[in-house]
Design a protein around this ligand. Sequence first.
Ligand code: NAP
Length: 480
Amino acid sequence: MELVQNFIGGQYIASDSKNFIDIYEPATGEIYGQLKDSNANDINLAVSSAKTAFPIWSNLTVKERSVYLNNIADGIETRLDEFAEFESRDTGKPIALARSLDIPRSVINFKFFAEYANNFEFKFYLNSKTSQNYINRFPLGVVACISPWNLPLYLFTWKIAPALISGNTVIAKPSEFTPYTAFILGDVCKEAGLPPGVLNIVNGKGSTCGDLLVKHKEIKAISFTGGTSTGKVIFENSSNSLKKLSLEMGGKNPAIIFDDCDYELMLDNIVRSSFSNQGQICLCSSRLLIENTIYEKFKNDFSLKVSELLIGDPSKDETQFGSIASESHFQKVVSYIELVKKEGGKIILGGQKVELEGRCSNGWFIEPTIVEGLDPLSKVNQEEIFGPVVTLQSFKTEADVIEVANNTDYGLSATIWTDDIEKGERVAKQVDAGVIWINCWLLRDLRTPFGGVKNSGLGREGGDDAIKFFTEQKNVCMPV
Ligand code: NAP
């Protein structure tokens, strides 16, 4: 039985807590390890270690800090296969996806901010006839990063890298469901020579360990990615200590498919955007809005392509579709599939638990599921399922599709498929979402602002926005 420990002050440290949490491999339903639900003593130790490291780390130049970030990136890259295996074991995602997306992107996160911050203006001047000013950007101090289970190391490092390069010291908490790659990141930090206390990794439940971070008076900011209901709790619980907050939350993303699109390009991408990582990417398309002229053709072609996805043991190279990440999430997805019929919808593909033989016979697998015939205001069309369930709806006019696209509480991302770019941009302007892709999906330039509107987010990550979030400005003014 593996024990996942906290990484504090540059060392793995046994938690003071008496409460163990089992860690499951969702593809087998079996427990492979445990972690401890970190308590106030653990969090205070992490805060004190981060505070001690802050003067040293924040006094380094950006160039000096970027050397450490690049070393960490190299350390992950050298162990890419090992990281990918652990990520696949924790989440149930196909190993091929962990190898091609999760771990390479974690490497890029460190490399990107190491490079990007070198050209960021940490100091600039503003002069007028009466005053001369300079504005400096300073790190905040000790900050916390809290991330979810769907893209564990990818999202963990997407927060940690900008926090560190800006000169902050960090306490980071992975999801209790998927702690392992964060755990071995500690080894990589040691090997990279990162000064002790600069990055501290604590484990435990969101409601205990996460909550202690959110309420801690010495922690100056929380960068959170997760569900909207959790984000709202964090918003409330952090208010007493007036922390800076970045909240990246849920989505119910529309894919708007016009009949004049490049059909084959669209079809391949819609399969990917609907079912990559078993639909457990916040940017996945979950509502497919199809122009009525191609609705039947799309429905048949899409169902056929999805039915060809190879469902199986995530540790096998050929697997394209793995398990749901936890039993509780599996139950949630099943409950929405049951709701489809109650709400008058029709399942046109999937909808069943997948029974595999051998190693994965007790795993939490659900077929990729396609649904039609639901009212746009039904719960299945309104609430985030965050699993392999997509709904189809047909539309006649641009105005109709914009109305349906916007009629949820969410506004994270959208895709638009058309060869008429003028129309695509016209629709993009009217769709409520922070990220809109025209004729592509998940194509990312890390300099661009990333985040959602409405219940999907508060603030933006990426590029300048991330560095601005993790710093505070000071204006020094003198008369001319
Ligand atoms: P979650 O339950 O909200 O958990 C996210 C993180 O917050 C986990 O580390 C969790 O710890 C922790 N947490 C839970 N309650 C907390 C509290 N009261 N105080 C502090 N921390 C707390 O979300 P999830 O189920 O892991 O992830 C799925 C959700 O994330 C979906 O809604 C998805 O759309 C969203 N997501 C959004 C983005 C984006 O960029 N917008 C990206 C990926 C995922 P435990 O896991 O230990 O409970």
